[in-house]
Design a protein around this ligand. Sequence first.
Ligand SMILES: C[S@@+](CC[C@H](N)C(=O)[O-])C[C@H]1O[C@@H](n2cnc3c(N)ncnc32)[C@H](O)[C@@H]1O
Length: 465
Amino acid sequence: MLKHLLLIQSLHTKRRIICCKAENLTSRRLWWVCSFNCHTGPDCVLQQSTERKGAPRNQVTKRHKRERSACQPILDCFDQQYSHELGNLWTSARAVLLDPPSWQYGVMLNRFATLTDIKHILQSQGFSSVLQQTGASTLLLNASSTVSKQQVEKASLFLPHSVSTCPPTSDDSHLHLDHTSHSLSQHPQSEPQSSSSLPRPLLQCYIHPSALRFPSQAHWPGQLKQYYLLNAASLLPVLALQVRDGEKVLDLCSAPGGKALAIMQTATPALLCCNEPDPHRRDWLAKTLESFLPHSLSSRVIVSSQDGRSFGQSEAGTYDKVLVDAPCSNDRSWLYSSNGQQGEQRLKERARLPGLQAQLLRSALSSVRPGGVVVYSTCTLSSSENHAVVEAVLNSCPEAEPEDLWEELVIPFSNHFTFSPAHPAHRHSQDDTVSSPRHKHGILVVPQPGRTWGPMFLCRIRRKK
Ligand SMILES: C[S@@+](CC[C@H](N)C(=O)[O-])C[C@H]1O[C@@H](n2cnc3c(N)ncnc32)[C@H](O)[C@@H]1O
């Protein structure tokens, strides 16, 4: 059990360190140290896998100490495009993107791990639950299959691979790395565990009003991590997906797996197929899943390696829900390209992305059953990878219908996230002017000072027939 949180200290104005001293029931002492000059959830997992190879946990790694400067060709391109597309909103978004120490991080709790003291520690540090504040957690509980009070009590006793009580002994590599997405039939011996014996679905994400970053956890084979660090806006595509217990879900572009983990917090699908064609990123994905999900889910959560563009043909009409978290410009990461040459190379690739994104979205719409839902998302502000892709696909797919997320997500989350285009009723300046029907084709979270979440674009599309 975690008992003490000892120290928060400031190293210098641009960099702050949290030192958490934690003590568990087995008297094992852990020191977690982490810098704020770090990155998004996926990069944090990279850091964890470095730690796994033996880097001491109580030192700030060199990588964190490195000052980062923006890549000029990328910044010039963004300035030109986004000042035109976002107006004044770009000026403040630009300031955030150029100041990584100001970036906020969400702490998504893992319902499959023992979380005895973690909430208390977070709250004592000033973190609060973003979903409780928005009422979205209630929506989620209602959306998932009804769980009786008795089932909840029974489920709370089921604490697989408890972090605080299980020694790091057995190898927990339970998630199959398949070359197709048919591992259910390849592993008929593993009976899917009934969802009532699992902890109840509950997506919990804690955020802090300032750029206070909770330390990331090291991987220990046989133990489940208690939380995953992420950009809290990444939860929106998962919430928009509205996964119910027992559904078949495809995460078409899955590595490193942050949204797959979030899906598994919201419900217990009959199948979650996590697809990733890049072998290196697929390994990373498998490690993420292994670190957070219990062995008992191995027949429900599978890893596949197809090119996402082929799913529409190979698995037509198969899934209830499909997430297309598409490869994109990734503004935060691209801005810190290692040098001008890499930046120029990326800008060349950028022109090809909308074509690939549209192919992936069409494939997703074919792989979902009639009446099913596809959520398309990116982490770029670029309208040519966002609204333009959605519009192009909708124009060629008469059976696809976009759904308005204004009431469901924009209004509940507007206290925490800044959305663009602004709804006419919320418009503050001429620069925010975008015709109101356009938000039917997606919503965009724009990072702003003090609410640095995003960039995140998402659109939900239902297949009518
Ligand atoms: C934005 S990342 C996904 C992030 C992930 N959903 C998460 O939340 O951790 C996009 C992923 O798409 C993968 N990708 C690239 N081309 C693809 C393709 N043709 N089909 C499927 N995935 C692809 C990339 O390798 C990358 O891992």
